[in-house]
Design a protein around this ligand. Structure first.
Ligand SMILES: NC(=O)c1ccc[n+]([C@@H]2O[C@H](COP(=O)([O-])OP(=O)(O)OC[C@H]3O[C@@H](n4cnc5c(N)ncnc54)[C@H](O)[C@@H]3O)[C@@H](O)[C@H]2O)c1
Length: 334
């Protein structure tokens, strides 16, 4: 039995993500919550011939509480997306309050659920969820994740394009670490499962790194005011959610980069802090997943001097983003 919940289920990400979750035979119940339109989305999805029972909830009549009751996995894509010219941090003003309130609902009704945060700015919204859980006395850093999988998915695709063979895309694995915004996104291309062509010029490498860091802007620009990545994000969010479900079902050795509180694995977290030369509390690193969530936080391993410089460059912005999330909850009356 797995009950999955999508908060923000009627949105651009929420709908295709809910569709993908509905196709997973391991999910027996799928709750869709949003401030609008979930009855329609739920009715539509409920006709698909897969096991999950789909129910849509709206805020009246304790809808959030009903949606979350018995939840094991909660994915949060609620909030506003970027428009051209905006950074993810520009979304903080609106999304911070939305995520804080939804996190309060989860902490109260489903404190043991895995929480997968998609709403931007992820570097701040994950600390917001964690701080709410701390205030409610239910914080377990092993179960709160910032979804950075889209950066990993983009890295696989863009590397396969460089290699001139898109059929490689599903097999290309590139760890992407740091955070989820601009320069905090650090692709470790030297560890790509499929090495870049020999003689790949430095300018080409810089261009590729920049494309992975700012790939979201390509979509924002192309959508021309109609939002940011939704379909590729739904794919990526589902991929990560499915890894969690497989880990819960007992599959071993599942590793994925994700933005976590480094207390999730004391030893691994402390070693990572030494490695990056910072006392940051949050970082996206390859994490091994198990039935209780984070099993271990992995070291970055052998990286090039240029990658070390990218990690260093990510730290000041990450610190500011994390601090912003922490103090937002500190200043809130829960
Ligand atoms: N992590 C990532 O890689 C990544 C990638 C793309 C987008 N995003 C972020 O995901 C979020 C959603 O993007 P989108 O394109 O789906 O936006 P959208 O506007 O299409 O959908 C957001 C949905 O959230 C709902 N919502 C708003 N307030 C709510 C509340 N209090 N409770 C429940 N639902 C609420 C809206 O009604 C809407 O249906 C944005 O913050 C965006 O920046 C993250």
């Amino acid at each position: 039995m797995v009950k999955a919940v999508v908060l923000g289920a009627a949105g651009g990400i929420g709908q295709p993500l809910s569709l993908l979750l509905k196709t997973n035979p391991l999910i027996t119940e799928l709750s869709l919550y949003d401030i609008v339109n979930t009855p329609g989305v739920a009715a539509d999805l409920s006709h698909i011939a897969t096991p999950a029972k789909v129910v849509g909830y709206l805020p009246p009549d304790d809808g959030l509480k009903k949606a979350l009751t018995g939840a094991e996995l909660v994915v949060i894509p609620a909030g506003v997306p970027r428009k051209p010219g905006m950074t993810r941090d520009d979304l903080f003003k609106i999304n911070a309050g939305i995520v804080r309130d939804l996190a309060t609902g989860i902490a109260t009704t489903a404190p043991k659920a895995f929480v997968l945060v998609i709403s931007n700015p992820v570097n701040s919204t994950v600390p917001i969820v964690a701080e709410v859980f701390k205030q409610k006395g239910v914080f377990d850093p092993k179960k709160i994740f910032g979804v950075t999988t889209l950066d990993v998915v983009r890295a696989s695709t863009f590397v396969s394009e460089v290699l001139g063979d898109l059929s490689l895309a599903p097999k290309v694995v590139v760890p992407v670490v740091g955070g989820h915004s601009g320069v905090t996104i650090v692709p470790l291309l030297s560890q790509s499962s499929h090495p870049l062509p020999s003689g790949f010029a430095k300018e080409e490498l810089d261009k590729l790194i920049n494309r992975i860091q700012f790939g979201g802007d390509e979509v924002v620009k192309a959508k021309d005011g109609a939002g940011s990545a939704t379909l590729s994000m739904a794919y990526a969010g589902y991929e990560f959610a499915n890894k969690i479900i497989r880990a819960v079902k007992g599959e071993k050795g599942i590793i994925a980069p994700t933005f976590v509180n480094l207390a999730a694995d004391k030893e691994g977290g402390e070693a990572l802090k030494k490695e990056i030369g910072s006392d940051l509390d949050y970082f996206s690193a390859p994490v091994e997943l198990g039935p209780e969530g984070v099993v271990s936080i992995k070291s970055l391993g052998k990286i090039t001097d240029a990658e070390t410089a990218l990690v260093k460059a990510a730290i000041p912005e990450l610190k500011t983003n994390v601090e912003k999330g922490v103090s937002f909850v500190g200043a809130s009356k829960l």
